[in-house]
Design a protein around this ligand. Structure first.
Ligand SMILES: *[C@@H]1O[C@H](CO)[C@@H](O)[C@H](O)[C@H]1NC(C)=O
Length: 263
């Protein structure tokens, strides 16, 4: 009896191992294919300054790099961040690695404008309250255009937010230098990615609604490292997080902390 039981157990363990191995292979293949498709989706342009209006819009359409399929699936993901309290309209971002150099820090104060974008502001407040911004790297910096960030360095955190799409706020303000705006991949696709307009990008106004404005620290935004331009693969960043960035893009500037301050 004992021996038979032992054999049976060994056989079961072997079966489980085979199943686990199969499952792992499927996951690996899926992740790999997903990464590749994202790579193709993010054909990036650096010559936006000289590009005509249509080209610029196409470049910005890649800002969030989200496929329709993810949008469908993502809406089910539910996290309940704490409700915004009081008038939390002033956020201080401490940036680090300015000019791509360790230890160089600076502060950027952003005034949120609920009158411009009530839904957008609410999301920014939720993200600030849950410390989402900490360690977020400015992974796409196109000189004389935008400084973009808002993919969390921890893939498990990013996964919670990635599918939480916001309805659009109607257009109120213009994307002039110093305004801050959600990146999108078309209507109803705002999640967590934002960009600072570093020049007058008013040509984006039809599709991108600013939610706030830099009150002080545009000189800091201008020192966010721009040497990698648009070469970061957003698919790899989504799945591997800051491990991918630290290894391949060590000079990226990043947000050390972001907190509400009183005005
Ligand atoms: C931004 O550019 C637009 C279009 O050229 C112009 O109408 C607007 O006055 C500019 N805004 C600022 C603040 O310079």
């Amino acid at each position: 009896m004992k021996e038979n039981d032992g054999k049976a157990t060994r056989k079961t363990i072997l079966q489980q191992l085979v199943i686990a191995l199969l499952a792992t292979s499927i996951v690996v293949v899926t992740v790999k294919r997903f990464g590749e498709s994202n790579w193709h989706a993010s054909s990036l342009r650096d010559e936006h300054n000289r590009a005509d209006d249509t080209e610029s819009k196409a470049a910005v359409a890649n800002l969030a790099d989200i496929t329709a399929a993810e949008r469908e699936g993502g809406n089910a993901a539910a996290v309940s961040p704490p409700a915004p309290v009081g008038d939390k309209t002033l956020v201080k971002f401490v940036f680090s690695n300015l000019d791509g150099e360790v230890g160089k820090e600076g502060e950027v104060i952003v005034r949120l404008k609920p009158e411009w974008a009530p839904l957008g502001v609410k999301r920014i407040q939720e993200l600030t309250e849950t410390k989402f911004w900490d360690e977020c790297r400015a992974f796409r910096v196109l000189p004389r255009f935008v400084v973009q960030l808002g993919i969390n360095g921890d893939p498990s955190v990013q996964k919670l937010w990635r599918g939480k799409f916001l309805e659009d706020d109607p257009v109120k303000a213009s994307n002039t230098r110093g305004t801050v705006t959600f990146a999108t991949a078309g209507p109803g696709s705002r999640t967590t990615q934002i960009f600072f307009n570093t020049v007058n990008n008013s040509r984006l106004d039809n599709d991108f609604v600013p939610f706030g404005e830099v009150e002080s620290g545009m000189d800091v935004i201008d020192r966010v490292y721009s040497g990698y331009k648009g070469t970061v693969d957003q698919g790899n960043l989504q799945s591997l997080g800051n491990m991918y960035l630290k290894k391949n893009f060590p000079k990226l500037s990043y947000i050390k902390t972001a907190i509400f301050i009183s005005g």
